[in-house]
Unconditional design. Sequence first.
Length: 384
Amino acid sequence: MRERVLILGTTGSIGNSTLEVIKNYPEKFKVVGVSCYKNIKRLEEIIINFQPEYVWFAEEKKDLIKNFPKVKFFVGKEGLKELIFSDEIDTIVIAISGIAGLYPSYLAAQTKKRILSANKESLVAAGELITKTLKLHNNRIIPLDSEHNAIFNLLERIDRKYIKKIILTASGGPFFRKKITRETSLEDVLAHPTWKMGKYITVNSATMINKGFEVIEAHFLFELGYDKIDVLIHPQSLTHGVLQTIDGSNFMVTSPNDMKFPITLALFYPEIPEGKFASQIFENKKRVLEFHKVNYKKFPLLNFCYQIGEKGGLAPAVLNAANEFFVEQFIRGAIPFYRLKNYIVKAVEDFLSKKTLTSSYTIEDVFDVDREVKLYCEKVLKSL
């Protein structure tokens, strides 16, 4: 019997890569449910090509419903809950970026279904809540991001008592070897040297806050202290994660910088399938793998994430909200890139100094803080 897969965030880069993997293993998987935010044209193509039985929207799309009378449509929070808890779903792929992925992640954590997730923000903003819910239902997340998928697979094969630390690799983005100036443009920021991603994640990669979020995510996914999570710049983006053992050995996962590789491993876990995608990274005789220490002066938001992560509670939710707000302002052209980090740090520090946050919180508390921080950020934007 084929595994029945629900993909939330189907039209994005992770969603499309997941579809590509499933298309190559039709005997193993079937897409039974999909969702999208606003790319209706792409969604129509997916419905025609993959023939899912279910489609979910945050808001009703009447024209689309008319075009596909054989598809059952779900709308809003209640519709999402009904779909996620449906007995017709075996595996849930959460390919939604940003805080929008939190509620689906929270619902999925309350099920016994397999959860494959690329949504780091749910663990950044509500790590304690998500991990507590997962444990309560004897479930866990299989990560889709290449770095966390690499560490996940290493931890499955090496006894934790031998672990000294884990290392997440970072490409360094477009500014590893290039200066950030007053003239740095959106085009410069989006020119990522190795990965093809959406605008929001690409901007986060350029500031390296994306890697900082991945540190917080790793803290919750793998239950490791922040002192056991390190980051190295690896411009080639071929080695995705490193596990260092107490004897000084370093175990690495290396594969092409193509999301289809970690997605395949996650879908097939605990099995490893016959490969369907080209992996010829060592055929180039001049291939060099570089590893560099992070320049924290150039990328201060990475260190800031460590600090906020250590605070715990809702502090990371404050950081996530401020980052989402100001990255959107930068993409719109309202603020320059070279000042983006300053806006984020000021908003977070000011908010945390004025607001007492509870260490114990609910899903509603996270969304309340997210809204409150974004309103506060509007005031910060006007004052600077």
